[in-house]
Ligand binder design. Structure first.
Ligand SMILES: *[C@@H]1O[C@H](CO)[C@@H](O)[C@H](O)[C@H]1NC(C)=O
Ligand SMILES: *[C@@H]1O[C@H](CO)[C@@H](O)[C@H](O)[C@H]1NC(C)=O
Length: 204
């Protein structure tokens, strides 16, 4: 390859990479921030106090997730960032799910968590995280977290590269919608009765 060809190829690759990087978050906005109608614009608009609950001493009986995404914190609209705080009593799980619009950067701040995701070749990647460890769940891939400790709770903070990463819960999507039982029975290579048993667990 001539050196000119090499330079041209390098330039093309750089430009493509830059375009990909600049489109990795939410769409760019043409203003500093987006203010919903009838909003008083001051420091309060840019402040979220919904995580104070984490610091009040309560004993949780089930997995709890507190979100600070565009829905809870409108100032995030157009800013390509959001947070969630995940609290795991001992033995609890965050069931398999995906975030269609963002990767997730999970930071373990208390306890220990068993985590994993499955890539598009169906390969499972798992890890046991200790307090202080961080793990990245790539965008759109199915993942879960589990606090296997029989006594200690675990807490993690997750950052997202979207103001509205979205969550698709796998169990809920499959067994808490009205997808035809026959479709599910065929998909899971089982019978309709088994599917109906699974669906019963989600009936509210
Ligand atoms: C904003 O306030 C005006 C005047 O009070 C009202 O007429 C209008 O419906 C409000 N708009 C929204 C989106 O709440
Ligand atoms: C099932 O779906 C309904 C309606 O979306 C929801 O309110 C309920 O929490 C879901 N059940 C479970 C166990 O997630």
């Amino acid at each position: 390859m001539s050196s000119t060809t090499f330079k041209v190829l390098t330039l093309i690759i750089s430009v493509v990479t830059i375009v990909q990087i600049s489109s990795a978050g939410d769409p760019d906005i043409l203003s500093d921030f987006i203010v919903p109608p009838n909003t008083t614009l001051d420091g309060n608009f840019f402040t979220f106090t919904g995580f104070r609950a984490i610091f009040s001493p309560t004993t949780l009986s089930a997995f709890r997730i507190l979100k600070a995404s565009k829905a809870e914190f409108p100032a995030l609209d157009g800013q390509s960032v959001s947070y969630a705080v995940l609290e795991f009593p001992s033995g609890s799980i965050n069931p398999p799910h995906t975030h269609p619009r963002s990767a997730e950067l999970l930071f373990t701040i208390q306890g220990s968590l068993q985590v994993g995701f499955v890539d598009t070749t169906n390969k499972l990647f798992t890890q046991t995280l200790q307090t202080g460890d961080m793990f990245v769940f790539p965008k759109g891939l199915v993942h879960f977290q589990h606090n296997v400790d029989p006594k200690k709770p675990a807490v993690a903070i997750s950052a997202f590269g979207s103001a509205s990463a979205g969550t698709v819960s796998i169990p809920n999507t499959l067994f808490n919608t009205t997808i035809d039982d026959n479709v599910l029975a065929l998909a899971f290579r089982t019978d309709v009765a088994t599917i109906q048993t699974l669906k019963k667990g989600f009936a509210s």
